[in-house]
Design a protein around this ligand. Structure first.
Ligand SMILES: *Cc1c(COP(=O)(O)O)cnc(C)c1O
Length: 324
């Protein structure tokens, strides 16, 4: 089967030094670099754009007129699928967990702005969400539409190809890199990086979206590389999940504040905040060391900060009164 991608983002994304954050973590000033995949452009940016270039490209190639995908209410992937649909002249239906709540902020506000239709699936697990999406597709087909179902998080072997390209960019931008640190949600992002750079070069920080994230990464990465990829051979930290995907943990709150105050860099409470908390823990336990080049992949997620009431409250707490 041949595949073609559709251009949606602005690439290559920059790599920037982060000397003040490096020092705060206990690394040398030239040890830490940020891959700015929050600056991919379309729809507010973020890592899902690279995957959508492939998944939406496949949908276009098969003649689809509607993109359908699933996610949490504050899904960045759902928001960017809506943006990609708008850019490509397609419709979008987002099948979201839960029910329409009081708050329509963050990603949900942008979903509406992009003109996506929302289908609320109730409090269901991933299988329930997939079933609801299949039903939405069946109803669309019955009305003569041509839906294409984009998997959870845009992750699969196809979507992961977008992150092979990111790995290739990194290889050119920072050839001496030792470790790439990235949030691990649905797995496609880490999988593409592993395929491009090797399992030993990528440290994934699990956010708690999947029961077995390493298995997903191995499954998506294996077909994209000649190297053997096994779940056991991956570097995955699972110590930052805390009370679950949607929770704002203490270490994540501190990580948000640290990045903002050392580099003016805004992270999000679900993904990039966990990734930085995981990097901090990795420096503490010696998995990431001074004198080696480390890249932190900023995967986006800013709208999710505004869609997370606890994170907004924590951020506001930081504003001290000016007392002259
Ligand atoms: C989805 C997402 C991730 C995780 O990427 P996966 O490919 O799902 O593992 C990381 N950061 C942000 C901001 C995301 O939205």
């Amino acid at each position: 089967m041949s595949h073609s991608s559709v251009p949606l983002g602005t690439f290559p994304t920059p790599v920037e030094p982060a000397p003040r954050l490096a020092a705060a973590l206990g690394l040398g000033p030239e040890d830490l670099w940020i891959k700015r995949d929050d600056l991919t452009g379309l729809g507010g940016g973020g890592n899902k754009i690279r995957k959508l270039e492939w998944t939406a490209g496949a949908a276009l190639a098969e003649g689809a007129d509607t993109l359908v995908t699933t996610g949490a209410p504050q899904s960045n992937h759902a928001r960017l699928t809506a943006a990609a649909a708008a850019r490509l002249g397609l419709d979008a239906v987002l099948v979201l967990r839960g029910s329409p709540g009081a708050s329509r902020s963050g990603n949900l506000a942008l979903d509406g702005l992009f003109g996506a239709r929302l289908a609320w699936a109730g409090e269901v697990d991933q299988a329930g969400l997939d079933a609801a999406a299949a039903e939405v597709c069946a109803r669309l087909r019955a009305r003569g539409a041509r839906p294409a179902l984009i998997p959870f998080g845009g992750s699969g072997v196809l979507g992961a190809r977008g992150y092979v390209r990111c790995g290739e960019e990194l290889d050119e931008q920072l050839p001496q890199l030792r470790t790439v640190v990235v949030a691990l949600g649905s797995g496609g992002t880490m999988a593409g990086l592993v395929a491009a750079l090797g399992a030993g070069a990528v440290l994934g920080v699990d956010v708690g979206a999947l029961a077995d994230p390493a298995a997903a990464v191995a499954e998506f990465a294996a077909p994209l590389t000649t190297e053997q990829v096994t779940a056991e051979g991956l570097r995955v930290r699972r110590d930052q999940v805390g009370a679950g995907y949607a929770a704002l943990t203490g270490p994540v709150a501190q990580a948000l504040r640290l990045a903002a105050r050392t580099e003016g860099l805004v992270l999000d409470p679900i993904y990039t905040g966990r990734a930085l908390a995981g990097l901090r823990a990795a420096v503490r336990d010696g998995d990431v060391r001074p004198g080696e080049k480390t890249v932190f992949v900023h995967t986006g997620g800013l709208p999710g900060l505004f869609g997370h009431p606890d994170a907004v409250a924590f951020a506001e707490e930081g504003a001290a009164a000016f007392e002259g």
